[in-house]
Ligand binder design. Structure first.
Ligand code: G3H
Length: 251
């Protein structure tokens, strides 16, 4: 394995989208169909309620569909939860895990994210494991240490055996319109790459490192050109097909 060659542009719809939002996916399918040979792989992660129909729309298209979370167990009495097997069955290929909103809203710790990552791998999904420092942690000069701890705690040893995708999302840049500076992104991605290579060897070198946090059509190209940025995890700008497609084209 070597340094990743194809960037991944992943859209995270978060808790947005009812049936009508599927029109945007149909539009995305049209746009992608009119632009064969794009460099990037494309993934859309809608709410669970839309995964099955989104996967149907994705058939015959160049994008895939993912989930936004899964439980660490395969089945059982866990009201409101969804398992990796269920996501796979609905048509998902990937799952976002450990997003800072889940860490904040649901108290997810690194240990929980690690168990979920194991479950995703065992269930045949590609996990996209999210890490990110708060603004206070960055101001206090602790960003690198926080990210190192989150990576160490959130990734199981099994991660080295499959495709590895990590999303670096500074918490203060999510949904705020503020992005990290290109220099800060470069430094953090190099830091993560070094840690992953140290722990996982070639698999770490091949890991895709996504940047997330207020990525939009106007800044995507410069962010995606930063060394060791192998794609983006896009929130708000993934909700409209034309904006998301512009980011895909920028990769
Ligand atoms: O998962 C996506 C990120 O949280 C980024 O969200 P945003 O693009 O709306 O800032």
């Amino acid at each position: 394995m070597s340094t990743p060659t194809r960037p991944l542009i992943a859209g995270n719809w978060k808790m947005n989208g009812t049936d009508a939002a599927l029109d945007e996916l149909a539009r995305l399918k049209t746009l992608l169909g009119e632009a064969p040979g794009l460099a990037a792989e494309v993934l859309v992660c809608p709410p669970s309620t839309l995964i099955h129909r989104a996967a149907q729309i994705a058939e015959g298209s160049d994008f895939r569909v993912g989930g936004q979370d899964c439980h660490w167990l395969a089945s059982g009495a866990h009201t409101g939860d969804i398992s990796a097997a269920m996501l796979l069955d609905a048509g998902a290929s990937h799952v976002i895990l450990g997003h800072s909103e889940r860490r904040a809203d649901h108290g997810e710790t690194d240990a929980i994210v690690r168990e979920k990552t194991k479950a995703a791998l065992a269930g045949g999904l590609v996990p996209i494991v999210c890490v990110g420092e708060t603004e206070a942690e960055r101001v206090e000069g602790r960003a690198n240490r926080v990210i190192a701890e989150q990576l160490a705690g959130s990734l199981p040893d099994e991660s080295g055996a499959g495709p590895m995708v990590i999303a670096y999302e500074p918490v203060w840049a999510i949904g705020t319109g503020r992005t990290a500076t290109l220099a800060d992104i470069a430094e953090m991605h190099a830091h993560m790459r070094a840690l992953l290579v140290e722990r996982f060897g070639e698999a770490g070198r091949a890991a895709r490192l996504l940047y997330g946090g207020s990525v939009k059509p106007s800044n995507a190209a410069e962010i995606l050109a930063v060394p060791d940025v192998d794609g983006a995890l896009v929130g708000g700008a993934s909700l409209m097909a034309d904006d998301f497609f512009s980011i895909v084209v920028a990769a």
